[in-house]
Design a binder for this molecule. Structure first.
Ligand code: NAD
Ligand code: WQD
Length: 341
């Protein structure tokens, strides 16, 4: 049985991806996480949803000696999916060095582990934040990247460049860079989602917490030059994002890739305004959301959404879940978290 190493497997997107891997493939999975932004409970939830076994290692991937020691038993793995990173834009502005260290040292160590052990297939979590305030909409993979708006976005640009140069020097190594737009929602069972370690910054968890009265939503501006004045984003269900990883992994392991580095946008292609997101939440939850409209947030892009034609045609990835599904699953998960407090 081939083994896949998943770094950051206890995290939000990593845990949903392990579920898809266990449910849809025969790969053996080993997750590597230090729980810096997650909780070991995620592993129990994965086991209870899938009824399947997988291995877990607790290690800081930045500690290369310990990483190599712990991963020694998995040297013959067929591929690596590298999620582990810090992801908060404001935290990265406050402490850039922590972000450059964690995000880029961990990537470097995983690439070195791959090189030293001839592990040839690598999937990397990138972000639409690499596009910044893009010149064109929808954004294609060819849209030129702008100077990063934050150290976080810059760590992803550097990560993509590191992988590209590594691929150029190592023609036998295959990498897929996946640029996620706005992953939201939770597994449709409502049994697993994002375990909040700190106060969330992203819209969806703030909406669901506000509906329960444990947070208060301030909408960052409604005077933008968009169809209703609110910012527009491409929200994509986390299980669809997870499914794209399974497809990307099979694509390279089965040798279907034409180049040794491929790049895909992962978004639904639909631009949704903050107001439309709120209205969808109100519809599926049956709850009226009390919120205020405040000033614009510094650094917010006005509108960004994906052209996902390439992921559809090459990976055969077709997002399955609607905006209402995203809202309903996020709400079910929030209610579950509250119930188990
Ligand atoms: P997350 O914080 O929920 O998961 C990341 C996981 O990596 C956590 O479990 C954390 O404990 C672990 N981790 C971090 N640094 C580590 C280290 N040095 N050693 C071991 N484990 C470490 O985040 P997520 O939302 O699941 O994001 C996964 C990836 O996707 C990240 O690379 C992130 O930058 C990227 N991404 C996320 C989004 C999003 O909106 N969630 C959007 C675009 C890209
Ligand atoms: C979405 C919309 C806000 C909170 C960030 C990262 C990006 C990627 C995804 C990792 C915007 C509005 C939000 C609030 C609001 N992550 N909003 N009130 O900024 O699109 O992207 O997460 O790679 O890199 O930058 O996501 O969820 O913060 O905001 O009005 O309290 O919700 O203005 O229009 P964003 P978000």
């Amino acid at each position: 049985m081939q083994t896949i190493i998943v770094t950051g497997g206890a995290g939000y997107i990593g845990s949903h991806t392990i579920i898809e891997l266990l449910n849809k493939t025969n790969y053996h999975v080993v997750s590597v996480d230090n729980f810096s932004n997650s909780n070991p409970q995620a592993y129990e939830k994965i086991r209870s949803i899938t009824k399947k076994k997988f291995d877990t290692l607790e290690v800081d991937i930045c500690n290369e000696a310990l990483l190599n020691e712990k991963l020694a038993a998995f040297k013959n793995s067929a591929g690596i999916i590298h999620f582990a990173a810090f992801k908060s834009v404001p935290d990265s502005v406050a402490d850039p060095l922590m972000y450059y260290h964690n995000n880029n040292a961990s990537l470097l160590n995983m690439l070195r582990f791959a090189k030293n052990n001839q592990i040839r297939n690598f999937i990397f979590s990138s972000s639409c934040s690499v596009y910044g305030n893009a010149n064109e909409l929808p954004v294609t993979e060819e849209t030129p990247l702008k100077k990063a708006e934050s150290p976080y976005g810059h760590t992803k640009q550097i990560g993509e460049d590191m992988i590209a140069f590594f691929c150029k020097a190592n023609p036998n190594f295959n990498a897929v860079l996946l640029r996620y737009f706005n992953p939201v929602g939770a597994h449709m069972s409502g049994e697993i989602g994002e375990f909040p370690i700190t106060k969330p910054n992203n819209l969806l968890p703030i909406i669901t917490q506000t509906a329960l009265g444990i947070n208060s939503l301030t909408v960052f501006g409604n005077d933008y030059d968009t169809r209703d004045g609110y910012c527009i984003r491409d929200y994509v269900h986390v299980s669809d994002v997870a499914d794209a990883h399974v497809k990307a992994l099979n694509y390279v392991i089965e040798g279907k890739n034409k180049k040794n580095i491929s790049l895909y946008n992962l978004g639904t292609g639909n631009g949704v305004s903050v107001l439309e997101a709120i209205q969808s939440f109100e519809k599926v939850s049956g709850k009226k959301l009390i919120y205020t409209v405040g000033p614009r947030r510094d650094g917010d892009v006005i509108a960004v959404y994906a052209n996902n034609t390439l992921a559809k045609s090459e990976l055969h990835w077709v997002p399955q879940y609607s905006l209402d599904d995203m809202m309903l699953s996020a709400w079910k998960w929030q209610l579950n978290l509250e119930k188990n407090k």
